[in-house]
Design a protein around this ligand. Structure first.
Ligand code: NAD
Length: 318
């Protein structure tokens, strides 16, 4: 068993590494403890004393952990998804669950802009060429964004930030999202169109959907056959939303020009037909990988813990 609780101070157990300044944001009045959440035995030993548990990706909070934590009032994940938390078990035990859905949207939107320009100006290949001692200026002809059309599939938080950034490059912005009205899209500078029209019109298609049964494979062979030959497909959302086999075929048959992918059906994408293609830029799921996004995620988690343990409005507890 872990250390006993002190009389008045709620125990906040931090099970994955967080920046020190984030932890300091908890302020006084908490007994802050640390454990290595990926070490199952250490987690199960520490969690009985915890009033709040802060995690990132490495700690799995399942029914066993929740049942081992009779004092627990909140699990806060300093990140976007809740894949590593059994939310049903938490709800059944009256434990609140919080995440940080807004924390990394700017980072992802900026990565999208970077991937688009890196692809259209062939920056990685040009860098490799110079590094190899070559100076082939004519070999790296590119494409401008100005006057082209970007199709944004999924017009939520990240889709809208991408729209704003690409508008500054004088692109025409189209979007498809059945849950967003044409008026709301227009307020963010985008023309709402059906999916087939988006596929026909886009010079760049960027995908910002959640992965659901409805969205898996939503960009498949039939959709890619509508595309312009110059299309660049960008996916920074979740693997499998763009069908990988259909995308690889479209690229090999030169029906589209390129793809830039931060996410894959299976990560790491060992054996994927996409990674070896020289028309594909691939990054290892780094959309949220900025200092600012990590800090923000930690701050959001700390804020949720403070609110839950303060007993104020919106606070959760048993
Ligand atoms: P969001 O929920 O704000 O927006 C998603 C949008 O998709 C919503 O507007 C919704 O109406 C729309 N949508 C749902 N089903 C649709 C469908 N069938 N057709 C068209 N639109 C549909 O989400 P967000 O914060 O913008 O995140 C978008 C994606 O980016 C998520 O999958 C998220 O997991 C992913 N993400 C990736 C990284 C990374 O590291 N690469 C980081 C953060 C988020």
């Amino acid at each position: 068993m872990g250390e006993p609780n002190t009389v008045d101070q709620p125990v906040v157990l931090i099970a994955d590494p967080l920046p020190a300044e984030t932890v300091a944001g908890l302020g006084p009045g908490f007994d802050v403890r640390h454990c290595v959440g990926a070490d199952r035995a250490a987690l199960l030993a520490a969690v009985p004393a915890a009033d709040a548990l802060i995690i990132r990706s490495a700690t799995r909070v399942d029914r066993e952990v929740i049942e081992a934590a009779p004092r627990l009032r909140i699990v806060a994940r300093a990140g976007v998804g809740l894949d590593n938390v059994d939310t049903a078990a938490a709800a059944a035990a009256g434990v609140a669950v919080a995440n940080a859905p807004e924390s990394n949207t700017t980072s992802v939107a900026e990565l999208v802009v970077g991937l688009i320009i890196a692809s259209l100006r062939r920056i990685p290949a040009a860098t490799a060429s110079v590094r190899a001692g070559e100076w082939q200026r004519a070999a790296f002809g590119g494409t401008e964004l100005a006057g082209k059309t970007v199709g944004i599939l999924g017009f939520g938080r990240i889709g809208r930030l991408v729209a704003r950034r690409l508008a500054a490059f004088d692109m025409r912005i189209e979007c498809h999202d059945p849950y967003v009205s044409a008026e709301a899209a227009a307020e963010h500078g985008a023309h709402a169109v059906p999916l087939d029209e988006l596929m026909r019109n886009a010079d760049v298609l960027t995908v910002h959907l959640p992965r659901t049964p409805e969205t898996v494979g939503i960009v498949g062979d039939a959709e890619l056959r509508l595309a312009k030959p110059g299309l660049l497909v960008v996916n920074t959302s979740r693997g499998g939303i763009v069908d990988e086999a259909a995308l690889a075929l479209a690229l090999k048959e030169q029906r589209i020009a390129g793809a830039a992918l931060d996410v894959f059906e299976i990560e790491p994408p060992l054996g994927s037909p996409l990674v070896g293609l020289d028309t594909v830029l691939a990054t290892p799921h780094i959309g949220a990988g900025t200092r600012e996004a990590q800090l923000r995620a930690g701050q959001d988690a700390v804020r949720a813990v403070r609110a839950a343990l303060s007993g104020g409005p919106g606070a959760a507890g048993r």
